[in-house]
Write a protein that binds this ligand. Structure first.
Ligand code: GRF
Length: 298
């Protein structure tokens, strides 16, 4: 349970203890102050007293918690936390997830290959209450990922170079589908600056090697694995990173490695790398989305 909380709130063990202490002390302070206030009214402890007590607790709780959080160094955490609860009450149109923490985040997958990663991501979130794969964006007519989208009943958007790079960058289309977050899974075109600005720290990519090695223009698919093998590297792996204006360049979020044996070929290495991708990408997506929601950036 504590591990889950650490992940959800993106804090270490020490901060988790301080946060739980703040909840406990803030709650007690709030209860004490509520009873003192009601004592001033001379009301009997009947139904009216209980209703008033609940109203007072609801109003006092944020104040009490913020007050206690200050000396415990948790003010910024609770400021965000209370802000988030407030938003949940004041935005009735937002869908909220069943875990009571997250709203529904709508993801667009940009992919132009066979789509095995896209398939894995779709399967993982098919019954998620917090993440919906809402759109597949593809630049290759006939790509396998389009069939995957069709079978899963997910709308797809076939894009053209001119509009993507020189036109509106398909931003209105993404907005029409209420896309909150973009996941690249085998998408070879560079992401235009306008999209990066529209989705700051909300576009991530997966690369089939350990960046910064074997990245950049032209480094995709077998080109990457051929290079790893001809350099006789003893390990390769995957890198999940934020997308910026340069190819394979944004801040690294996650890496996982696999051994490269002497008898590995580009094909066998590609297989090992794919296994890593399918295992880790959906998990990392869930974590990053949760973190982004928690930081109120979604
Ligand atoms: C993956 O290897 C990924 O690392 C790279 O493109 C490939 C896509 O493969 N960015 P698939 O279409 O998901 O099978």
């Amino acid at each position: 349970m504590f591990e889950k909380l650490k992940q959800r709130w993106q804090v270490n063990g020490f901060n988790l203890v301080l946060i739980i202490t703040t909840f406990a002390l803030g709650g007690s302070l709030c209860g004490y102050a509520g009873r003192k206030l009601l004592a001033l009214t001379n009301l009997d402890k009947g139904a009216v007293w209980v209703v008033l007590y609940i109203i007072i607790l609801t109003l006092l709780w944020p104040l009490a918690v913020l007050l206690v959080s200050f000396p415990l160094g948790q003010f910024s955490f609770f400021k965000k936390y209370i802000n988030k609860i407030g938003k949940r009450f004041t935005s009735p149109n937002r869908n909220t997830g069943l875990d009571g923490c997250n709203r529904l985040t709508r993801i667009a997958i940009f992919a132009s290959g066979s789509g095995s990663n896209a398939q894995q991501i779709i399967n993982t979130f098919s019954s998620s209450a917090t993440i919906k794969i809402a759109l597949i964006v593809c630049n290759k007519p006939g790509a396998g990922v389009l069939t995957i989208a069709d079978k899963a009943g997910i709308p797809s958007l076939l894009i053209e170079k001119d509009t993507f790079f020189k036109g509106d960058n398909y931003l209105p289309e993404l907005q029409k589908h209420n896309i909150d977050f973009i996941v690249l899974a085998g998408f070879l075109w560079k992401i235009p600056e306008a999209l990066i600005k529209a989705y700051p720290k909300k576009i991530i990519n997966i690369h089939p090697a350990l960046l910064p090695k074997y990245g950049g223009k032209g480094m995709f698919g077998h080109h990457v694995h051929d290079a790893v093998i001809s350099n006789k590297d003893s390990e390769s792996g995957i890198t999940i990173h934020y997308v910026d204006e340069l190819y394979d360049h944004g801040a690294v979020i996650f890496q996982a490695t696999c051994v490269v044996n002497e008898n590995d070929t580009a094909d066998t290495l590609a297989h090992k790398v794919h296994v890593l991708e399918h295992t880790h990408y959906p998990i990392v997506i869930a974590e990053i989305v949760q973190k982004t929601v928690f930081n109120n950036n979604l």
